[in-house]
Design a protein around this ligand. Sequence first.
Ligand SMILES: [Zn+2]
Length: 145
Amino acid sequence: MTSYIKLFFINIFGYYESWMLWLSVFIVILLIMAVIFILNRSEEYKKFNSISLYNVIWKWKYKKDNIVSLWCYCPECGSELICDDEYCRSAIMLTNKTTFLICQKCGEAEKSRIVGGDRNYLLKMVRFEIQKRIKNGTYKDETKK
Ligand SMILES: [Zn+2]
């Protein structure tokens, strides 16, 4: 085995000394550490899994790079909110379309009111806000809070 390593160095540099082997081992370890570091960094945003938007708390998970199970929670008691967008179906004007976020635990209290669309619209908007923060790096400020 060692003779192969010696031959390898002799082929490249024309001679072999033991420090060459140690230096190569050292460089390989450094490279591995660098790769691990880069991989960890690219996954760092995955710690970002909640945000306060439209006066309520949004939580989600990641499946690969996609945002999944995105939903809103009460800022007071933390329970899941109920989304009422029935009103959107009857409204024709976009500005009349309103989605209400209601907390049953807080006595059916309205926690938020989003004008402009139904729940799909709202989820799209929130998703967009999350992705924007991941892209420009401002999610780091959110995770510190
Ligand atoms: Zn509540």
